[in-house]
Design a protein around this ligand. Structure first.
Ligand code: SAM
Length: 211
């Protein structure tokens, strides 16, 4: 655990900030695969013009898609370089969003203001899953959703997804099944695996209307 926290702090955080401009190259090199793997997150969202917060939005490819579809968006990332790129991307398309540099551990929004909080391939970079989820759940309204897309073990236990998960872990990521974490916060949870060997999943937690 401590080793992975150090890898995130010393390696990934500066990489995300200073090499944000390279990040989109991953999509380019993989023939847009990463973007295709993000898109199932959109199917789990309420309809526009719902208020959606994206945490760890990176260079904002999905974020621009959200804004273009008419969502009332807000986005946050720890890396100023990522926020700058997202801002530029939105401006180039004439889109608007409320963007902030900050940490998922201290979201700069009051309680119960969003219809959904969304995160793609970022939850596995958050060392403190409990604090991250406490914050994500705090800012959604009753009936709101937390939508997490990330990589990890497949539910069918296949060996390829297992080996990929171990590789990402060795690179400092935290491979998780988010279902028990969301259920522990009283959310009704669903999960669907997809992508190569089912190594990507979308997990949705819905807050009760009564809370
Ligand atoms: C692997 S990238 C994923 C980016 C994008 N969502 C995607 O689908 O490609 C992880 C992102 O999470 C951000 N991040 C890492 N720790 C964070 C934290 N504590 N709070 C907010 N963002 C964080 C990083 O700066 C980076 O932009």
């Amino acid at each position: 655990m401590q080793r992975k926290i150090e890898i995130q702090r010393r390696f990934w955080n500066p990489v995300y900030d200073r090499l944000a401009w390279l990040y989109d190259g991953v999509d380019w090199f993989t023939f847009n695969t990463t973007q295709r793997l993000r898109l199932p997150a959109l199917e789990a969202l309420p309809r526009p013009p719902a208020r959606v917060l994206e945490v760890g939005m990176g260079t904002g490819r999905l974020h621009a898609e959200l804004a273009a579809r008419g969502y009332a968006t807000a986005g946050l990332d720890l890396a100023p370089g990522m926020v700058r790129r997202t801002r530029r991307r939105l401006a180039a398309r004439g889109l608007r969003s409320m963007l902030a540099v900050g940490s998922v551990y201290a979201l700069p929004w009051p309680d119960a203001v969003f219809d959904a909080v969304l995160s793609t391939f970022a939850f596995s970079a958050f060392a403190d899953a409990d604090l991250a989820l406490d914050e994500m759940v705090r800012v959604i309204k009753p009936g709101g959703r937390v939508v997490i897309v990330d990589a990890g073990e497949a539910l069918d236990g296949n060996v390829m997804a297992h080996l990929l998960a171990r590789t990402w872990e060795a690179m400092g990521d935290f491979m998780r099944d988010e279902r028990p974490l969301l259920a522990a916060r009283g959310l009704a949870v669903t999960r669907r695996d997809y992508g190569p060997w089912g190594c990507v999943h979308v997990t949705v937690g819905e807050k009760s209307l009564k809370t």
